[in-house]
Ligand binder design. Sequence first.
Ligand SMILES: [Zn+2]
Length: 424
Amino acid sequence: MSVDIQTLLDQVDSREGELIDLLCKLISFETPAPPARNTKDAQAFIAGYLQNLGFSIDTWDMYPGDPNVVGVLKGAGDCAYKSVIINGHVDVAEVSPDEAWETGPFTPIVRDGLVIGRGAADMKGGLAGALFALMLLREHNIPLPGDITFESVIGEEVGEAGTLDCCKRGYMADLALVVDTSDLHIQGQGGVITGWITVKSPQSFHDGTRRQMIHAGGGLVGASAIEKMMKVIQGLQDLERHWAVTKSYPGCPLGSTTINPAVIEGGRHAAFIADECRLWITVHYYPNENHEAVTQEIEAHIRNVANADPWLKDNHPTFRWGGKSMIEERGEIFPALELDPSHAGIKLLASKYEMVTGEPAILGVSSTVSDGGWFGHEGIPAAVFGPGKLRHAHSINEQVSIQQLKDYTKIMIDFIAAWSSTPR
Ligand SMILES: [Zn+2]
């Protein structure tokens, strides 16, 4: 027998302790990435939780010790009603041994209306709220005619995109909500891609040949890859400045399209002219751009820089973009996500936010990136919507407000019930 939604919302208050316990339980699983490969127990717990609610479970190892978990609750409506993916990552930001936590990062504490522990904001709070919402909906037999897919993914903190793997495995829906840190704002995001630019000489020269290589009449055509990389870096700075004055996107600070020369490696020994130099860059771009086009712009610009140099024109820099893991291959992609405020699901979510909090919903652009972009990239309308503040994510004594966690849980209850009952 079904009860009305208000009863469930009241239960979020009266059963607050259970919600906090669930969050503390999730925090107590030590899942920092790096080092990663440590989410097996947390994922088994979440899979068990979903299974108890009637979800069928699909789980597979993305890496040894790091399985993805997807639970599917088939709606009774035979695909005639709106479906939703609820997505969250179970890995948390790394912890270094010298950090001064009140207790251990994985020994959560509850005080002053806060839960404190690694992942409280990013993003075990979002996972706990969404799981608790589903539990209450199922416990009270609220009709859910549309399909509900819950993705608990790994690797987000190190660019391993468990979410991309879920998309590739065929999980689709009419809307995806990524329950990552957004302070209950409903957000899209800009994108990030990392890349390696390599300048490589076809020959290696001894240090003693430098005089011939750089002075009048020396006669030896060669170059230091490190010195030639200076031109590449200068070119990247010119392009970055050009983007800053020519590109913009509503809701993003001007100049957000940055190219950071983050890491440089090169040369082999003081006795040689550097014959190779590798530059690791991080590129940020706006929500309405994509990494394919942005990286083409960079390559075209650097080709022009190279063509203006007598040695680089014959020894063009090479590029390796993105990657599936910062740990395994030192590369990652977080595609951009454009929020569509006119999408029926986004409008419904905003209205539920307003009903629960009594405040107008805030739609905007996240100042960071999450797995949300993979849904946009795969053509699934999506938003980032979760509890916790970004300034607490990855910080010492990471925390989430219990009031906000409860509001979040209520909004999710109300939204899921309404969306799942909306005809397609
Ligand atoms: Zn996150």
